[in-house]
Structure formats: structure tokens, C-alpha cells
Design a protein around this ligand. Structure first.
Ligand code: ASP
Length: 327
């Protein structure tokens, strides 16, 4: 009997084209649930996710790989000078430097990241190159920049006149104090499931506005801002990186999904963990997103106002997440 179930499962898996072998033998998915799959699927943080998803969709809808889709998707946001928290046009640190953090992870568990990178417009592409061309996972600061320049990336001043002017204004009143509020979060985290049934994810940011020089947040940290396990699903984060790092948020969510939580419930649990482990979360936003093997997706945040862009064969829209506290 057990053998028959296994054979039925294996036949269904190969019919659906799932590429991950260990998942193909998973006993946890029934036939009914598999029928509900909407593939491919991509979700990404905040409103700017709509444009990023459109670029990702170009690839995903033609059978492209999730890895290529998430890289090309978030590059749209990085290269958008009107976006104040990613790539060019990103808000600088309190000393006027735009410093970038990014990471990427594929279905094999391969990952790459860059931290505290300056003068390079597309840190996600450098992170991918770290993953593919070096024996390392993470390069930081000058070393990351040198690696990028040696591999054909161009040096570019990312502090544009508008962000320079805003920083000059901030300096007059700030007393050099790093602000903490829920407004300055625009990191883009993107996770995708391709037609072959493989997950990948990417996360990129210029970090918290007017942060201390040298500060690195969660965005380049695999397991914190992003985690992919092809047997289970993927998760990503935005918001106050320190809080996300302390609970290794995205990895936690993937492990909760492994235990059977839906994406939304897993994200909620992670937010609850943040709230339990911090004396106060007053005025500090964190939002998580996740997709599971069944193609279900969801998110959760500390405060209202967090949303994500969703693209599937049927849908192209923003989705509001549930939250713990009203701002
Ligand atoms: N998570 C990012 C960081 O802490 C910032 C953000 O999402 O706004 O650097």
C-alpha cells in the first residue's frame, strides 16, 4: 500500500515537472493541493514590487529560471533613481555615503552577498557573481567593490542631487542622530517559483536612512533577509534589519513552513518572535513574505502599511498584509 502511494506520488511529481528530487518524494502534499498550484509565481515587497515583478515576469512567463527572474526583477528597483532606499538614489548614511547591501539564493542552496558596497548601481548582480565566481558567500566594503570593478561593473556616484540636498537638510537638524521610524523602509525583497518548480530569492537595499557609517543590516545576511529551501519554500524580509537579524527571520519562517505552517502563519509567528524578544518595537516596522511548496503565499508585519506585489498567471496586483499593531 505504502509502495503504491509512493509510486502514485512519483508519477504525479514527474507529470508536474518538479525538479527537486527530495521534494518529489515528500509525503506531505496531497494530489488536491498540487492541483491548486499557480506557477510561475513571484512576490516582492512594497509598491515598487509591481515594476520589479513585471521584469521578473518577462522571464518567468517564458519558462525562465527563478534565479534570473529575481535578479533582473530587483535590478529595476536598484536602477530607479526615484527610489530612496535601493541602489542609485538611495538615501545615504549620516556621513553622506550611499552604502549598499544585497543577497541572492537559488534552489540549490547556493548563495552570494555583498555588504557595505559603494558606487556600484546593481549590487544584486555583484552578489550573484560572488555566488557563481568565488568560493565565498559574502564580500564586503572595498573588497566587494574591487571584485565588482575587476568583473566589469562600472563605478557610479549613487548620491544624486536630490538625495544630497535632503541629506544636507537632515544634517542641520539631526544632531547626527540616526532616526528610527517606519517610513524609511523600501528595501526590495523578491521570491519566486518558476515553471520547473524551483525557488529563488533576492534582497537589495541602501539600508536605513542616515544610519551610522559602516552599519550593515539584514539585507546581505542569508537566513535573515532571505532564505530559500527548495524542499519547503522561500521567505524574505524588509524593515529594521537589526530586529530581523536577531531572530534570523527568513530562515525561521522557512523552518516553520517545513513544520506545516502556511506562509502567512509562519510570517506571523516570526513577527510574534520579534515582539517577544524585544522590550519595545514602538515605531519600528518589520515585514516578512513567504511562498511555500504548495504555491501559497503570504506576509505579515508589525505595523499596518506593509504590502506586497503579486504576479501569477492569473493575478497582477498589490496585496495588503495583516499586522500586529496599528500605526
Ligand atoms: N532591512 C533594511 C535594513 O535594515 C532596511 C529596510 O528594509 O528598510 O537595512
Amino acid at each position: 500500500m505504502r509502495r503504491r502511494k509512493f509510486l502514485e506520488w512519483a508519477a504525479l511529481s514527474s507529470f508536474l515537472g518538479f525538479s527537486n528530487k527530495s521534494w518529489a518524494t515528500s509525503p506531505s502534499l496531497g494530489q488536491e493541493e498540487c492541483k491548486k498550484w499557480e506557477k510561475p509565481l513571484v512576490i516582492s515587497t512594497w509598491n515598487h514590487g509591481m515594476d520589479a515583478n513585471a521584469a521578473a515576469w518577462e522571464l518567468l512567463s517564458k519558462g525562465g529560471k527563478a534565479l534570473d527572474a529575481v535578479e533582473k526583477g530587483v535590478m529595476v528597483t536598484e536602477s530607479d533613481p526615484t527610489n530612496r532606499s535601493v541602489g542609485i538614489g538611495g538615501t545615504p548614511d549620516r556621513d553622506g555615503h550611499v552604502t549598499l547591501d544585497a543577497c541572492i539564493m537559488n534552489e540549490e542552496g547556493d548563495c552570494g552577498s555583498v555588504a557595505f558596497l559603494e558606487d556600484i548601481e546593481n549590487p544584486i548582480a555583484v552578489a550573484r557573481m560572488v555566488m557563481e565566481k568565488t568560493p565565498h558567500v559574502m564580500l564586503a566594503g572595498k573588497g566587494a567593490q574591487l571584485f565588482a570593478l575587476q568583473n566589469g561593473f562600472e563605478r557610479k556616484d549613487l548620491l544624486i542631487p536630490e538625495t544630497k540636498a535632503a541629506w544636507e537638510k537632515w544634517k542641520k537638524t539631526s544632531n547626527y542622530e540616526t532616526p528610527v521610524n517606519i517610513e524609511n523602509h523600501d528595501t526590495i525583497g523578491m521570491i519566486a517559483l518558476d515553471q520547473a518548480g524551483d525557488f529563488s530569492g533576492a534582497c537589495t537595499t541602501s539600508g536605513l536612512a542616515y544610519k551610522m557609517h559602516g552599519r550593515v543590516g539584514d539585507s546581505p545576511i542569508i537566513g535573515a533577509s532571505l532564505f530559500v529551501d527548495n524542499e519547503v519554500g522561500a521567505a524574505c524580509a524588509t524593515g529594521v534589519g537589526e530586529m530581523v537579524i536577531r531572530i534570523v527571520g527568513s530562515h525561521l519562517i522557512v523552518e516553520l513552513m517545513r513544520q506545516g505552517y502556511s506562509p502567512e502563519k509562519a510570517c506571523k509567528k516570526a513577527i510574534e518572535r520579534i515582539m517577544a524578544k524585544h522590550k519595545s518595537v514602538e515605531g519600528q516596522q518589520v515585514g516578512f513574505l513567504a511562498i511555500d511548496r504548495k504555491g501559497r503565499h503570504g506576509g505579515y508585519s508589525i505595523y499596518n502599511g506593509f504590502n506586497y506585489a503579486l504576479r501569477t498567471p492569473e493575478r497582477n496586483e498589490m496585496v495588503e498584509t495583516k499586522y500586529m499593531k496599528k500605526w
